[in-house]
Design a protein around this ligand. Structure first.
Ligand SMILES: Cc1cc2nc3c(=O)[nH]c(=O)nc-3n(C[C@H](O)[C@H](O)[C@H](O)COP(=O)(O)OP(=O)(O)OC[C@H]3O[C@@H](n4cnc5c(N)ncnc54)[C@H](O)[C@@H]3O)c2cc1C
Length: 451
């Protein structure tokens, strides 16, 4: 340890209300997330471990950590629960990981607007329980909602259960504002309105330490889970599209190809393995769903109210599908994409013919800029980078938009372009570029060309 590091640690130890974790095994565990879904990321990130982890208990200790890291040029990487899939919370250049789990309070609820103000380290499961008292619920949930934090979801997630109705986290109207602490000589707590919050939304904590969020919520519904069996994938897609354009409330609409169904936990599989359409709707939607199923001559089963099920269908959708596949065989990895509008099956059919059972289809219904669309998280048998690139190129050629889960940067996994506002925010709120360094491509370009 260098003298400078020793001085740094001694200074951190003077901060009130700050838990410091130095045990090698804990620091290693808290430097990881679920990047191992990608063999490419695994190779890059396995050796990335922080020097230490801190858990601040109040705003003043967050500010102090930021100030000391700034003084000693030490990288600072934020962490919620570490359930991200892109190594978002993995420190590429050592330094400090700051886990926000002690920032877990619901601060305010406005019954007029349904807006909730909540601290960033609050688990979504706890937030939803507290919202229930006000007759409300979160609009959007990742399938990790039982373990993940709301701050980690906003800074690192994209959408999930509820995206069929509410789109994605970055769609206007979901995030109403936030509060964040800056990383400069004299860190400050700043308040951002909806527009000002945009550059910090899905920025992997590279341009501010989010301490609380103001979010729009939905009226609490009782969601009923329905499983529809279908022997043809093309027909399953038609049924899902018919359901998503019907005048019913939906929280979830997904399709799992039969070979995926076969690998799901035993409780989920029925006797007949077929493609399955998974739906969550309200009691008022069930009759319409039955009618649509009759028209298509397919069988549906009402499992009951999702919340009351021992194992709900929320546990086999979004990236939980990949989780279950990988628990059977670690050679499964995945892709994420928005399928081309109207000719989804053309793409799927082409890939089925070319790649056979190396690519299995998992589809999720989403709303994109207000229109019903289909996204896909196909699972792939890992067979090297070249094959992965060829599959992605096939998808792109046929009109899919890929959100590549095998890259480290905000831009690589997202829209693929630098968001100048994210970079500007970093310049303003993290002038030395110490927050989660290496994750914002736009910043690296700025540094390289000295802009
Ligand atoms: C099985 C599985 C299923 C998943 N399903 C979904 C899904 O349906 N939808 C989805 O979007 N994602 C999904 N994910 C990814 C992930 O679970 C979610 O994005 C989750 O919300 C992340 O929350 P977290 O608390 O674990 O964040 P972390 O992984 O700890 O952090 C995520 C990012 O946010 C940053 N961050 C955390 N806290 C702060 C803060 N206070 N201020 C600034 N930056 C911060 C971190 O630095 C990191 O870059 C899934 C992952 C797995 C493993």
């Amino acid at each position: 340890m260098t003298l400078s590091n020793l001085k740094f640690i001694n200074k951190l130890k003077t901060v009130d209300n700050l838990e410091i974790i130095e045990s090698e095994s804990d620091v290693k565990r808290l430097s990881k997330d679920f990047y191992n879904y990608s063999p490419i990321l695994s190779e890059k990130l396995d050796g990335c471990i922080a020097d230490l982890v801190v858990r601040p208990g109040n705003h003043s200790s967050v500010k102090k950590v930021a100030e000391i890291c700034w003084e000693f040029d030490i990288p600072l990487t934020l962490r919620g629960s570490g359930t991200g899939n892109y190594g978002q919370a993995v420190p590429l250049f050592k330094g400090v990981v700051m886990q926000m789990s002690r920032f877990n309070k619901l601060e305010d609820f406005d019954p007029e607007t349904g807006f909730v103000k909540v601290q960033s380290g609050c688990l979504m499961v706890d937030l939803n329980k507290q919202l229930e008292k006000y007759g409300r619920e979160l609009r959007l949930l990742p399938s990790t909602w039982k373990t993940a934090t709301i701050g980690g979801f906003i800074a690192g997630g994209s959408g999930g259960i509820g995206s069929i109705r509410w789109g994605f986290l970055r769609d206007p109207g979901n995030l109403i504002g936030l509060e964040a602490i800056t990383m400069n000589e004299k860190p400050e707590l700043l308040k951002f309105d909806a527009e000002e919050s945009e550059p910090l939304n899905h920025a992997y904590g590279t341009n501010g330490i989010i301490t609380s969020l103001l979010l729009a919520t939905d009226i609490k519904h009782s969601w009923y889970s329905i499983v529809i069996d279908c022997t043809e994938l093309e027909k399953a897609i038609k049924i899902l599209k018919t359901l998503t354009s019907a005048a019913i409330d939906l929280k979830l609409g997904a399709i799992l190809e039969e070979e995926i169904v076969d690998q799901m936990p035993r409780w989920f599989k029925s006797k007949s393995i077929s493609h399955k359409i998974l739906i969550q709707s309200t009691l008022g939607g069930i009759k319409t769903i039955d009618m649509i199923c009759k028209k298509f001559k397919v069988e549906s089963s009402l499992l009951g109210e999702e919340e009351k099920l021992v194992n709900g269908i929320s546990e086999v959708v979004w990236n939980h599908t990949t989780l279950h596949m990988r628990s059977r065989d670690k050679n499964w990895t995945y892709l994420q994409m928005l399928l081309p509008q109207n000719n989804e099956f053309e793409l799927i059919n082409f890939l089925r013919k070319k790649w056979g059972k190396k690519v299995l289809w998992h589809i999720e219904a989403v709303s994109q800029q207000g229109s019903p669309r289909l996204a896909a998280l196909p699972v792939l048998k890992w067979n090297g980078v070249e094959e992965l690139n060829e599959i992605m190129n096939d998808c792109k050629k046929l009109g899919a938009f890929i959100f590549n889960p095998h890259v480290l940067t905000v831009e690589g996994g997202g829209l693929g372009v630098v968001d100048a506002d994210q970079v500007k925010a970093k310049l303003k709120f993290d002038d030395k570029g110490l927050l989660n360094p290496g994750k914002l491509e736009g910043w690296a370009i700025k540094e390289k060309f000295n802009i």
